[in-house]
Write a protein that binds this ligand. Structure first.
Ligand code: DCP
Ligand code: MG
Length: 388
């Protein structure tokens, strides 16, 4: 899936940010597959309700503040996209059919596809319910060809779930993820060692994992639109403008990515933050802003099937001072209502504020660990293998 950003002013933070991954670097070239389901939530809805097949469908809420979570390919021809306000989506596509999300159904499919992956490799790194990286440098069935494995996996997903998935096959995570997006839907794209740099050069940087809409805007302002533009900048320049992400970007522009596929990486937190176009100060405006952030963060919590004990409210005031306020429970937050109440209580406890607020953020942390994939020993190897 694309980086989790919702709208121009909301930035979502996941503890899986690429810049955090450098500590464990893979040695040499690997065989990586990135699998990503097509129009995931919408496809599940179309599968389970034949009257929706062939029609423009949006999963999400149609009410005033609703947001499109997923759009069927029929809806996309009208320009409807994930994270788009529902009101706008209806303007673009007046016959759009809204369906409320059924997370249990999505989680069931997610478990099915992960079980399929596990037949080929223990090195599975899920990024969300519908996508994962697989390291098949040494696959469990001794098949050898990553491309062949990707084809087998796509066929089995189709047979066992009735849904289509796209896959990217390459020598690192960065390129594999870009590749899975290349021939969507129901597509396969293989980028061989030696082809990566050229492939990356021609792509818009907004498609790069870790570069959200705001990052892309920032790059555009610096004259960086494509991978080739990014490659033309040196490391000091990137460090100056992109801080901790600079090394990742520098390598990415060259088709290099040293990050390992890491099964069972513990996620530390799920949250989002919003920088306001104009600083806000009244209690009612702040509560209204918080309500919107609660909606978006809770949506992600549900999507990622997470449970956590600590809710943190972050406020950056107009003089840039930062305030964080947290509440921890002895058990996991029970549901949306409790999450919203804790967030609202945190906000109420700091009002009135001495200055207007320029940024508000909300996070759920102290997350429960999930034993989705058993930890496994690192695969040996690297160097020049008989890839693909
Ligand atoms: N999702 C969401 N909110 C977003 C983005 C995605 O709730 N802002 C959910 C709905 C998607 C699912 O996550 O169906 C997977 O996200 P993807 O980005 O992989 O998008 P899709 O699978 O819907 O479409 P694509 O075929 O482009 O992968
Ligand atoms: Mg998808």
């Amino acid at each position: 899936m694309r980086p989790a950003c919702r709208g121009a002013t909301v930035r979502f933070m996941e503890s899986h940010a690429p810049e955090e991954d450098d500590s464990e670097e893979a040695d040499g070239l690997r065989k990586i597959i990135h699998v990503d389901m097509d129009a995931f939530f919408a496809s599940v809805e179309q599968r389970d309700d034949p009257s929706l097949q062939g029609k423009p469908v949006a999963v999400g809420g149609s009410r005033a503040r609703g947001v499109v979570a997923a759009a069927s390919y029929e809806a996309r021809t009208f320009g409807v996209r994930s994270a788009m306000p529902s009101v706008k989506a209806l303007r673009l596509c007046p016959h759009l059919i809204f369906v409320p999300p059924r997370f249990e159904a999505y989680k069931t499919v997610s478990r099915q596809i992960r079980a399929i992956f596990a037949d080929y490799t223990p090195l599975i790194e899920p990024l969300s319910l519908d996508e994962a990286y697989l390291d098949v440098t040494q696959d469990l069935k001794g098949i050898g060809s990553a491309t062949h494995i990707a084809q087998l996996i796509r066929a089995r997903i189709k047979a066992e779930t009735g849904l289509t998935a796209s896959a990217g096959v390459s020598y690192n995570k960065f390129i594999a993820k870009l590749a899975s997006d290349q021939n969507k839907p129901d597509g396969l794209c293989v980028i061989r060692p030696g082809e990566g740099a050229q492939f990356v050069a021609g792509l818009p940087v907004r498609r790069f994992h870790g570069v959200g809409p705001r990052g892309a805007e920032k790059m555009a302002a610096l004259g960086i639109e494509t991978g080739a533009d990014l490659r033309a900048r040196d490391l000091p320049f990137l460090r100056q403008h992109f801080g901790a992400q600079a090394d990742y970007l520098y390598r990415a522009a060259r088709g290099i990515d040293l990050r390992r596929v890491r099964p069972n990486r513990p996620r530390k937190s799920i949250g989002g933050e919003r920088t306001f176009e104009r600083d806000i100060s009244t209690g009612s405006a702040l509560r209204e802003a918080l309500a919107r952030i609660i909606d978006l963060v809770w949506h992600d919590i549900e999507r990622l099937d997470a449970k956590g004990r600590t809710v943190t409210l972050k406020l950056r005031l107009s003089d840039f001072t930062l305030r964080t306020h947290a509440r921890s429970l002895a058990r996991a937050v029970a549901g949306r209502e409790e999450f919203a109440r804790l967030a609202e209580e945190l906000l109420d406890s700091v009002l009135p504020l001495p200055q207007p607020v320029r940024l508000m953020g909300l996070t759920l942390s102290a997350l429960e660990k999930k034993g989705e994939v058993a930890p496994v020993a690192t695969v040996e190897g690297g160097g020049q293998l008989d890839l693909f």
